[in-house]
Design a protein around this ligand. Structure first.
Ligand code: 9WN
Length: 466
């Protein structure tokens, strides 16, 4: 496995060929250690100097294999900035980050001044990201249980403390973000999806007339080798305009629902919520939560699966997002379309259809791919771009989600192939943020924490592992 340089965009090799797993483990653990601050971990050394929500969840999942208490602290530190509405903010700002290192900064979001629901203690963004957290908490529980009784009892304590926070978070998503009770989560901004410039958002974004955006400087471009890896300036103008509109509502959910021009039912986010609710149900079991909480969670799971069923597109063999404003489906072929695989509970026919799409030349079966790993956007989609962020590159963190979902669905051989190919990609390219799908070139930031974290989980979960 290669180790990428800590400078964005550079990916230096320290050893050739694939090393033994113990070496790979220590390389991955080293990335998390170097990116680690006192109680949480930066997603990348320079490009992302603050705490990001779903990154932290993946990071905790990886840390669960090296240091349970550090993993628990990672999530506790994130949840200490949970809003009183239950929302877990997508960024918690680091007051010690170097000046002019990331934009939009705390000042631009201004959430503590604008919203009475934002925490006083730390500045945060006003958005959220996919809820991987309960899945990570469950991993901490699983890995602690395998150890001595004192660790298991500390983990049970951690579960007890965090169950109410997780429940509030999921309740916020099931209510404020789904007043229609459709089972699908509404997002207010592409940043909430975690797949920022995906062609999934091209249609809904085009419909947003862009107003006067207060002037700004992008700092992200100074941390990557080439601007083509990142979203374009035109995309940033739209992202920043949506932020201004959200500020005008003071981040009030009802007002946003009333006036905001970008309201989209995100199938990928919704599917992760279903999987996270399944994890939460297991946590509820472990902490002996009241029956009504468990029933509530089960209702959300059923509703989520029902909602996703309604977004199935026969022609693409994928699930599609829906614009709440127009009712139109986003006809883009992206990895988000595999949402039902993540939410689980599929019948054999739908599973076969999804796997057929996954294996087809539209995704992992494309004959020119460096590894048979699904690009974030299908090479057959008009919005595909092999180097641009979520428009085509392969993301290890998405491979992890698909691998984990395949395992849960009992597709063990296929899951194992995906696991091996993902690790081979990292062995050649290092712990990059994302990869050019045809050449395997590492792109974006080097030393990306969640890439290292999912590597740790994949390495610990091989068929030979106990
Ligand atoms: C905006 C931190 C985050 C990830 C997102 C990824 C990217 C931010 C950015 O980086 O988003 O939130 O500046 O591009 O798209 O999924 O959480 O790694």
């Amino acid at each position: 496995m290669k180790e990428a340089s800590s400078q964005g965009g550079a990916h230096g090799e320290i050893s050739g060929g694939q090393p033994p797993e113990s070496t790979a483990n220590s390389l991955a653990a080293g990335v998390l250690r170097r990116n680690g601050l006192k109680s949480w971990t930066r997603p990348a050394p320079t490009l992302y100097p603050h705490q990001w929500s779903w990154d932290s969840a993946f990071i905790a999942l990886g840390l669960a294999h090296t240091d349970n208490s550090r993993a628990a602290r990672e999530l506790e530190s994130l949840f200490s900035s949970q809003w009183s509405t239950g929302k877990v903010p997508h960024i918690v700002f680091n007051p010690e980050a170097p000046p002019r290192s990331y934009f939009p900064d705390a000042e631009r979001w201004n959430s503590s001044a604008l919203s009475p629901h934002a925490p006083d203690s730390r500045h945060t963004s006003g958005l959220c990201q996919p809820p991987v957290h309960a899945i990570a908490v469950n991993r901490i529980w699983e890995t602690s249980r395998e150890q001595d009784e004192s660790r298991a009892s500390r983990a049970r304590e951690f579960l007890r403390d965090n169950f109410p926070r997780l429940l509030n978070w999921h309740r916020y998503l099931a209510t404020a973000r789904d007043p229609e009770e459709s089972g699908l989560v509404t997002i207010y901004h592409p940043w909430e999806s975690g797949t920022d410039n995906s062609p999934r958002w091209d249609g809904p974004l085009e419909a947003v007339p862009v107003g006067e955006v207060p002037s700004y400087t992008r700092y992200d471009l100074q941390h990557v080798a080439d601007a083509s890896h990142r979203p374009t300036d035109a995309e940033y103008d739209r992202f920043l305009w949506l932020l201004e509109l959200l500020k005008q509502t003071r981040y009030e959910e009802a007002e946003i629902y009333e006036s905001h021009p970008f309201l989209v039912k995100d199938v990928f986010f919704s599917a992760i919520l279903v999987a996270a609710n399944e994890a939460l149900l297991e946590i509820a079991e472990a902490v002996d939560a009241p029956d009504e909480d468990r029933e509530q969670i089960q209702t959300w799971i059923n509703r989520g699966r029902g909602g996703l069923d309604g977004c199935w597109d026969q022609e693409f063999g994928l699930c599609l997002d829906r614009n709440v404003r127009t009712g139109e489906a986003s006809r883009a072929r992206t990895i988000a379309g595999f949402a039902p695989l993540i939410s689980g509970g599929l019948g054999r026919n739908q599973m076969d259809e999804l796997l057929q799409t996954l294996d087809s030349p539209a995704f992992a079966g494309h004959p020119e791919l460096r590894w048979p790993l699904p690009p974030s956007t299908s090479p057959e989609d008009p919005g595909f771009h092999p180097r641009s962020y979520w428009r085509g590159p392969t993301w290890p963190v998405v491979n992890w989600l698909l691998w984990w979902s395949l395992l849960r669905a009992g597709e063990t051989e296929r899951a194992e192939r995906l696991r091996r190919d993902t690790l081979d990609q990292l062995a050649e390219g290092g712990f990059a943020e994302y990869f050019e799908p045809f050449t395997g070139e590492p792109l974006g930031s080097g030393e990306q924490s969640w890439t290292a974290a999912v590597a740790l989980d994949l390495l610990a979960s091989g068929p030979d592992e106990p």
